[in-house]
Write a protein that binds this ligand. Structure first.
Ligand SMILES: [Zn+2]
Length: 188
């Protein structure tokens, strides 16, 4: 008795189907497939691909190079994601792995894939509107619950003055030690 091979290929996990191709999957395809299994640690319903932080993947006989753009610079999840990306690609036999971080252009919720938005909705999270659309209902997908460190003196003794700074993407904070105000680019 043979097992229907189609059933073995679909429906066993929640990863999105790969593009159908008549040619054998390339090592680059394998790399993307591996990356689709890496969850975002802060929004685990999304893979790093759904989130749109995987900007480039280069596979050669010398290994794999991945370019990531963190959701915002200094995000503590960045190193967790890099380690998970490295592990997934090594597991797929695509090492050695080099993970590079690119900070500009900055990540925006506009980079969340259509599939990612479906997954957020299914998970009960309001999907973000266009990034930095001042005057529209910009919905952050996560809240910053920890105190920010002052960019000038590194004090954690800070407070938020306003949810909006110079743009809708930024919040206005103040350091209670050096008394300087500073902006925080929110993860939206
Ligand atoms: Zn300060």
């Amino acid at each position: 008795m043979s097992i229907d091979s189609t059933l073995r290929l679909v429906g066993l996990d929640s990863s999105p189907p790969l593009e159908v191709s008549n040619t054998a999957p390339t090592r680059t395809d394998a790399a993307w497939a591996a990356l689709h299994t890496v969850p975002d640690p802060e929004v685990p319903v999304l893979s790093v691909c759904d989130l749109g932080i995987v900007r480039e993947v280069h596979v050669s006989e010398h290994g794999t190079e991945v370019v990531l753009t963190p959701t915002y610079s200094g995000c503590p999840a960045t190193e967790v994601i890099a380690a998970s990306v490295r592990a997934a690609l090594l597991h797929a036999g695509l090492g050695p792995v080099t993970v590079l971080h690119r900070l500009a252009p900055a990540w925006t919720t506009d980079w969340i894939s259509a599939l990612g938005r479906e997954r957020l909705l299914a998970y009960g999270i309001a999907t973000p509107g266009p990034a930095c659309a001042v005057g529209e209902g910009v919905t952050p997908i996560r809240l910053n619950l920890h105190r920010l460190r002052c960019p000038r003196c590194d004090s954690a003794n800070t407070e938020r003055l306003s949810a909006f700074g110079s743009t809708a993407c930024k919040a206005l904070h103040r350091c209670l030690d050096c008394r300087e105000p500073f902006e925080h680019f929110k993860a939206i």
